[in-house]
Design a protein around this ligand. Structure first.
Ligand SMILES: Nc1nc2c(c(=O)[nH]1)N(C=O)[C@@H](CNc1ccc(C(=O)N[C@@H](CCC(=O)O)C(=O)O)cc1)CN2
Ligand SMILES: Nc1ncnc2c1ncn2[C@@H]1O[C@H](COP(=O)(O)OP(=O)(O)OP(=O)(O)O)[C@@H](O)[C@H]1O
Length: 208
């Protein structure tokens, strides 16, 4: 049998290197498309507690649309790795929040309150046709999701170049509800990602 762990490691390294080499004009164009889709397809995010992330290693930057959601009433939070191989905390964040350098040199809010998000904008290294995610290989997101009393809506964000046929998920891996790329919004439906029109997505994620 193939060593899927070694395969995931190789794919992770390949995708991160390729993502970091995307020319900045290209990256800006794709990122603007993802931000538009997030804002148009998920009007209900304006009233939610949203978990996002501080981008690194060439990840899509979710902070610009998140700031707009915040301006319309959303509460934002960033993940904090508190201990190696343990669930993360989400700490409230706003653009001028006090920050410190956290694990892996990623900035995290300094002693702001911990919240449980109702929606997570999830960074991905890769994703597959069923909506499963390849992360940095430490299982932080899966571990954290497993501790939440109510499963948040998960919106994975990535560029099309991060798409894989099959990430060969492990038993603990949790599939994303939605994936957004520069090409559109995809919803996991009966174990398959299907593209849905932005208007339809907005209808099922309308403000109630
Ligand atoms: N921007 C952003 N913030 C995030 C995440 C993320 O994916 N993106 N995380 C999402 O979980 C958490 C950080 N997760 C990370 C997990 C591992 C490594 C890392 O560098 N790992 C080592 C190898 C680890 C191993 O294989 O044991 C490496 O790549 O050298 C970095 C971040 C919290 N914050
Ligand atoms: N819910 C969980 N409980 C216990 N261990 C877990 C859980 N989720 C993941 N792990 C462990 O974490 C390790 C890495 O998992 P995986 O390869 O799925 O990481 P990843 O999703 O790519 O990374 P990350 O979420 O950090 O970005 C595995 O060894 C796995 O056993």
């Amino acid at each position: 049998m193939k060593d899927w762990k070694a395969w995931r490691k190789r794919e992770r390294e390949r995708i991160i290197a390729e993502r970091m080499a995307i020319p900045s004009a290209q990256c800006q164009k794709w990122s603007a498309a993802i931000s538009d889709l997030l804002q148009q397809g998920f009007p209900n995010l304006r009233g939610k507690k949203i978990g996002l992330y501080w981008p690194f290693r060439g990840e899509y930057d979710p902070r610009p649309p998140a700031r707009d959601f915040m301006a319309s009433g959303a509460v934002l939070a960033l993940p904090e790795v508190v201990e190696k191989n343990k669930p993360m905390h989400f700490r409230e964040w706003w653009p001028d929040a006090p920050m410190r350098v956290g694990a892996y040199d990623i900035p995290v809010p300094h002693e702001t309150r911990c919240i449980q998000p109702d929606v997570l904008i999830v960074p991905m290294v890769g994703f597959d046709q069923k909506g499963y995610r390849l992360g940095y290989g430490s299982g932080y997101f899966d571990r954290t999701l497993a501790t939440f009393s109510v499963c948040p809506i998960t919106i994975g964000v990535a560029f099309e170049m991060q798409r894989l046929e099959n990430v060969h998920p492990q038993l603990h891996d949790i599939a994303m509800h939605y994936v957004i790329t520069e090409m559109g919004i995809f919803q996991a439906c009966r174990e398959l990602l299907r593209q849905i029109p932005v208007e339809l997505c907005a209808k099922s994620n309308a403000v109630t």
